[in-house]
Design a protein around this ligand. Sequence first.
Ligand SMILES: [Zn+2]
Length: 261
Amino acid sequence: MSTPEAATRRLADLTWPEVADLAPRAVLVVPLGATEQHGPHLPLSVDTDVAVALAGRLTAARSHTLLAPAVPYGSSGEHAGFPGTLSVGQRAFELLVIELVRSADAFAGVLLVCGHGGNVVPLCRAVGRLRAEGRRVHSWLPSGRGDDSHAGRTETSAMLALRPDAVLMGAAEPGETTPLPELMPLLRTAGVVGVSPNGVLGDPTGASATEGEELVARWAADLVKAFDDHFGDLCDRGSARGYTSVVMSHIETVVGVPNGA
Ligand SMILES: [Zn+2]
C-alpha cells in the first residue's frame, strides 16, 4: 500500500495551510510515552523512544499519516521512589488524551501509539469517551511477556536496536521475574520499588540488538496492520471524518498484562 508520497511527515514541521490541505485525508499518529526509571542500565526515555520509533515506522510505511510530537509524560505513579520518574497521574493523563484528540478534529482520525503499560487504563477510558463522542480514534500498545515487563530483556533489546549508545549493558542485572499478573497485588500497594529494588521486572542480561530489531520489526508490522484494519479505507477513499468508530481496541485485550509497565 506504500506510495511514492509515503514518507514520514512530521506535523510540527508543517504550516497550518499545509495541514489544512492534508488533514481531511490523514490520520494523526501520536506517540504516547513516559519519563520513568528503567533500571540501572536504561534511560528514563525508553517508553517514549519506543513509541516514537514505532510511530515513525508506521508513518514511513503508510501515506495518509502525519506524525505528531510525542507526549513524554504519562501515568507512572508505580515507579515513584526512583529519582527521575516524572508522572502526571491517571486522571491528568486521561484528560490530556481526551483534550488532545478533541483538538485534532481536522484530521480523518487519530491513532495513539502507546509505549507505556501504565498508561493503558486511563488511555482506554479516554478512547472510550472519545468514541462515544463520535470521534474516530484507535489506540495500540506493543505486546510483551508477563515475566519481562519492565526494563528486562524485551525493552533492553529494543533499545539496543534503536539507541545502543543509551544502553549501559555493564550495569544490566536481573530484577524481579515473577509474572506480572502474580505481582500485581503487591505492585498496587508497594509500587515497583517495593517489589524490585533495582527497578527491573525481568532479566535484561541476555538482551541483544539482533533480538531487538526482530522485536521492533514485529511490533511495527502489528502496528501497520492495526492501521490498515482501522484506517485502511482512507487510502482508497477521500475523507472519512465524522463517523462514529465502533472498532474494538487492541489495547483492551491486553489490560492486566501490559508491557513496559
Ligand atoms: Zn518501559
